[in-house]
Design a protein around this ligand. Structure first.
Ligand code: MN3
Length: 259
């Protein structure tokens, strides 16, 4: 049986927490703000499976709500964080509880719907953490590392071609979704993909570096239906230092391959 302490120490095995660890948050911040908390106290007694349950908390925004103005206004960021991201967090926790109940009861009637709910809500939880960290106020153009520039030139021909490709992918997402720049450990290159909803069309093994939310809730108050204007403005608040550090970390990830 896994105790609360063991569960917290082995957060990676529980999903999500390992991803948080790559978000540039300190371990102290993780422990205080983002790490899952047990639903029962450590001394709650031996061994019900509920002792493994963890509850994810809404991570704080890494800057004030108004920090991205005039490109993204504070009201949009406030709603996006405290309503939308908070809802994904709550629904991720609810889904994990429902899955545990299903296991305890051996009731698999809803496993298909619950599996999709897990993908959707865990996707919403993780995607927004990365998206919010990918932005900052008044980024300095010089903060794009040489390694990132070299990788983008290698994979897309030039930085401008990368930017055009990413912009087009974001603009042409069908309905709600994301544009994603990710490092592919097995391909040893980056890819630009369109993610529909919070998870569809995602690639196994992809390590996200830069994510752009093109759900209408991300821009409707500022730009109404003009997604192109939102994307154009968003490039002004991309945190290149964050993306550069993610690439450096991602390149250290190895996916085992056996012939
Ligand atoms: Mn969103």
């Amino acid at each position: 049986m896994i105790t609360r302490r063991e569960a917290l120490q082995n957060g990676a095995a529980l999903g999500g927490w390992s991803i948080l660890g790559s978000l540039g948050l300190s371990s102290a911040a993780l422990a205080q703000e983002s790490a899952p908390a047990a639903t029962q106290p450590a001394d709650a007694g031996e061994a019900s499976s509920e002792m493994m349950m963890v509850e994810y908390a809404l991570p704080p925004l890494p800057y004030p709500y108004e920090a991205l103005e005039p490109y993204i206004n504070g009201r949009t960021m406030h709603i996006h964080h405290l309503k939308h991201h908070a809802a994904y967090t709550k629904n991720l926790n609810n889904t994990l509880v429902q899955l545990q109940l299903a296991r305890d009861r051996q009731d698999w009637n809803n496993v298909q719907a619950l599996s999709r709910a897990l993908s959707f809500n865990a996707g919403g939880y993780v995607n927004h953490i990365i998206f919010f960290c990918n932005m900052c106020a008044a980024p300095k153009s010089g903060s794009l590392s040489g390694e990132l520039m070299k990788q983008l030139q290698q994979d897309y021909g030039s930085f401008e071609k990368f930017k055009d490709h990413f912009t087009a992918a974001a603009l042409k997402v069908e309905g709600n979704g994301w544009a994603v720049l990710a490092w592919q450990p097995l391909l040893m290159r980056t890819t630009i993909t369109q993610m529909q909803s919070q998870m569809d069309l995602n690639l196994v093994g992809a390590i996200p570096l830069l994510m752009l939310d093109v759900w209408e809730h991300a821009y409707y108050l500022d730009y109404q239906n003009q997604r192109d204007k939102y994307i154009e403005a968003w490039w002004n608040v991309v945190n290149w230092k964050d993306i550069s550090e993610r690439l450096g970390d991602a390149k250290n990830v190895r996916i085992p391959v056996r012939n």
